[in-house]
Design a protein around this ligand. Structure first.
Ligand SMILES: C[S@@+](CC[C@H](N)C(=O)[O-])C[C@H]1O[C@@H](n2cnc3c(N)ncnc32)[C@H](O)[C@@H]1O
Length: 284
């Protein structure tokens, strides 16, 4: 970030996020709580019906259901209750199958290189798809420009736009090693796009005319602080699906029949953005 730029305005959502327990830690606590509840329930069952026995796998299923229920009560993201539901039963099943430890290690390494620091960023890998690529292409200003996809995943957005707009420069930055490697291979095969491996928070966004993000609700307040502090007047911040709390977009276009949208914020200039953009209403 350039030192001469004024500090970005504070966003209330960002302050709230700091006070929250990270979801991965919350998930661990939920698993522990579900185990405690299960042990308590089993103890009670033994007092009431001394001859009753619950098979181990059935007990694991009950623990999964308890954890999934707590997770949904805690309003964790939609995928967490499902993970809680199957975690212990799958762990038991894999132990029963006597899978070779190397297989478990390989699975773990694959997941780590795919998802890397998702527990910290709260941004897993999922792809925006063809409809979003078409909407982004339509939203790009005319003429030669420099574009970056911050969190470029497998590189699909960058490669698609580079094919549509050969006069412009399309870049992607990706934190997770495996998706980044896939995008570098695709770059080598097609001769299109440019891909960096790293954290977009370390980039100076002032270099770009258009910044595209498909991240998660948790990442948006911090992204806005950075964009507001760094992006040049007239440049464009695009976000697929996720809005910025408290900052109305300059425009919003549907990308999917299921209601997903592409949001755009036209930056009036570093340091002055929050108030100026917040009063604008989305264009229909
Ligand atoms: C939802 S995927 C979007 C992939 C791609 N942009 C698309 O539209 O299909 C988000 C990606 O952002 C990456 N990511 C998350 N935080 C990041 C960060 N701070 N810097 C760079 N990449 C990040 C994740 O690893 C993930 O691959």
């Amino acid at each position: 970030m350039s030192a001469s730029r004024p500090a970005a305005p504070q966003v209330r959502g960002a302050q709230r996020a700091v006070l929250r327990i990270p979801p991965a830690v919350e998930a661990l606590l939920i698993q522990c709580l579900a185990c405690l509840l299960l042990f308590g329930g089993l103890h009670l069952l033994r007092l009431l019906l001394p001859s009753a026995r619950l098979p181990l796998f059935a007990a694991a299923c009950v623990q999964g259901m308890l954890a999934a229920w707590i997770s949904s009560r805690r309003r964790q993201a939609a995928w967490w209750p499902w993970i809680h539901l199957v975690f212990l039963p799958l762990l038991l099943a894999s132990l029963e199958l006597h899978l070779p430890p190397a297989l478990a290690l390989a699975g773990f390494a694959l997941l780590v290189s795919l998802y890397w620091s998702t527990f910290r960023t709260q941004v897993p890998l999922y792809l925006s798809g063809a409809a979003a690529r078409k909407a982004v292409a339509a939203a790009l200003p005319q003429g030669s420009l420099r574009f970056i996809d911050i969190g470029s995943g497998l590189g699909g957005m960058v490669l698609d736009l580079a094919a549509r707009r050969p006069e412009s420069r399309f870049e992607g930055i990706e934190l997770a090693p495996l998706p980044w490697l896939a995008s570098r291979l695709r770059q080598a095969m097609t001769g299109r796009g440019h891909f960096l491996r790293g954290d977009y928070h370390r980039l100076d966004l002032a270099q770009y005319d258009v910044v595209f993000a498909y991240l998660s609700p948790a990442a948006m307040p911090r992204l806005w602080e950075k964009a507001a502090a760094e992006m040049r007047a007239g440049s464009l911040l695009l976000s697929h699906e996720f809005t910025i709390p408290g900052v109305a977009p300059s425009f919003a276009e549907p990308t999917h029949p299921d209601g997903k949208m592409l949001y755009g914020w036209k930056l009036p200039g570093a340091g002055t953005t929050a108030a100026a953009v917040a009063v604008k209403k989305p264009r229909k």
